[in-house]
Design a protein. Structure first.
Length: 522
């Protein structure tokens, strides 16, 4: 891949504050989530700018991490395939109640990449992302805070299409911005309340053949009120609202929802009974957990509701080379995904300290799920269709102090859609088998090494113009932190087997590439 995770371990770290550290259990205990799966496309994938790593993405707690360490760092890197990385972040504790963070970043590539339909032909792939975010926290008390976040991201890139016209561009410039304010749960008697509101903006400067003028504004609001019935039960109701608007004839939408539910637990059993009620429909909101032992849980969840807003920024996160596929010649209709059912059951267990397993299986029924149609050597047409998914997960995570970390995420999916727009039941861009493995080890002193491996298989249908090849990506990282200086030097390789696979559906990944650089805290 031309871009890489840019995840580098450093000894002298930006150390986020850990609240109530004395309450953390040192005994093996199962968690609600054990393994975080990497996104399908994790190199140049846009992330919501308000969540863009206020703390360093490589920050890990080392043996020499002290409260008095400075909360500032800068990293610079470059490499083959035109890879470039620059980032700086700083955190300031103005006083005991006021905290401020700022984060600036640049990453990108300029690489010669094979065309999706003809490996003998290449195109010059360029993608640069510039980000700036800031966050402010006002601590109301030891348990509640007011959080304010703002950010902007600029994406400049090109398409592999060879045809250009007034309505058909070979270049693009996306601008994303966001602002949000949130009040974490605040307690008053037996009641607790939380609330938040935000605004997100997206602009796509150049028009593609299938898209209208791509301006998007999103207003969101949410609130929750809970009442404690005692030590073992709670009643809670959540409210959510979103208004998505567009320019030049694209139909927007508004969604609202209520999530009333009842929670009960007695130490070994946890029960959640509730509903999702909104303008898109009604769905269950049920959960059950049974503690087999202090180291093992059985669990089952049956939920639903609006889970994903099919917005331009979320489509860009899935595939930045998209273009809308109109339902008819007159209008383009944007929709929100609604899950009529999302059910899973499984077991979590921790046989030894710091080792966790999570094995589960489930089934999903979704309406208006985002999909991409095959269109090689062009834009990636996006459409929305009803679909189902059957899945099985088997995840393993293990850590030993700060010396060893192992993560194995394994997933098997069966996808289906029912779409009359392009008359297909096949999902060609989502993975069937998805293995996401990574390991890192502290060899000695400040010397660390890591490796990651990604394998994905996709449905192969010869009758289509294009089917996605399997992803096989092996990466490795080596870093060294100087003993007396807050400096880390690193080198990271990606696609070390030089395999032919898609970075995004219809867009090939570059071959073997290397990124090297340094990070310093001060």
């Amino acid at each position: 891949m031309a871009q890489m995770d840019n995840v580098i371990d450093v000894e002298h770290v930006y150390k986020p504050e850990i609240k109530d550290a004395n309450k953390i259990s040192i005994q093996p205990e199962v968690n609600a989530t054990t393994v975080q799966r990497s996104p399908v496309d994790y190199a140049i994938t846009s992330v919501p700018v308000k969540n863009y790593a206020i703390t360093p993405i490589w920050a890990v707690k080392g043996d020499n991490a002290y409260e008095s360490e400075p909360r500032r760092f800068i990293t610079l890197g470059g490499g083959t395939e035109g890879n470039i990385l620059a980032r700086g972040a700083a955190g300031f504790e103005l006083n005991e109640k006021n905290l401020f963070n700022i984060d600036l970043g640049l990453r990108g590539h300029n690489a010669s990449v094979e065309r999706s339909t003809d490996s003998s032909m290449k195109w010059d792939s360029r993608f640069y992302s510039t980000t700036a975010t800031a966050g402010y926290e006002y601590k109301i008390n030891s348990a509640s805070s007011l959080l304010i976040d703002a950010g902007v991201e600029s994406q400049v890139f090109n398409y592999q299409t060879t045809e250009t016209s007034e309505f058909n561009t070979d270049k693009q410039h996306n601008t994303l911005a966001s602002f949000s304010a949130r009040l974490t749960p605040i307690q008053f008697g037996k009641f607790s309340a939380s609330a938040g509101a935000g605004y997100e903006f997206f602009n796509q400067k150049y028009r593609t053949s299938l898209s209208k003028n791509c301006n998007e504004g999103i207003i969101t609001a949410n609130a929750a009120l809970a009442y404690s019935l005692g030590n073992a039960s709670e009643i809670k109701i959540g409210f959510g609202f979103a208004n998505v608007s567009y320019s030049n004839g694209i139909d927007g939408y508004s969604n609202f929802s209520l999530r009333p539910h009842y929670l009960w637990h007695d130490g070994n059993i946890k029960i959640k009974a509730g509903l999702y009620v909104g303008n898109l429909g009604i769905a269950p909101d049920l959960g059950f957990t049974y503690r087999l032992s202090p180291k093992a849980d059985l669990y089952a969840d049956v939920t639903g509701g609006e889970t994903t807003s099919n917005t331009f920024r979320n489509i860009t996160a899935a595939n930045p080379y998209w273009a809308l596929m109109p339902n008819d010649a007159a209008a383009v209709e944007m929709k929100a995904q609604f899950d009529q059912l999302s059910a899973r059951a499984g077991i979590r267990f921790a046989p030894v300290k710091s080792m966790e397993f999570d094995i589960n299986a489930g089934y999903e029924i979704s309406k208006d799920r985002m999909e991409f149609a095959p269109a090689p050597d062009s834009y990636a047409p996006v459409f929305f269709a009803d679909g189902n998914r059957l899945f099985v997960n088997a995840d393993v995570a293990y850590t030993y102090k700060d010396r060893l970390s192992l993560r194995l995420a394994n997933q098997f999916n069966i996808w289906s859609i029912d779409d009359k727009q392009i008359d297909t039941e096949d999902v060609l861009w989502r993975p069937i088998l998805d293995l996401d493995w990574s390991a890192s080890v502290r060899i000695v002193g400040g010397l660390r090494a890591g490796a990651d491996f990604r394998l994905q298989t996709f449905k192969d249908k010869k009758e289509y113009d294009y089917t996605r090849p399997a992803t096989v990506n092996l990466g490795a990282t080596l870093s060294y932190t100087l003993n007396r200086l807050p400096l880390t030097v690193y080198v990271k390789g990606s696609n070390l087997l030089n395999q032919d696979y898609d970075k995004y559906f219809g867009y090939k990944a570059p071959g073997m590439n290397i990124l090297a650089g340094a990070a310093i805290t001060f």
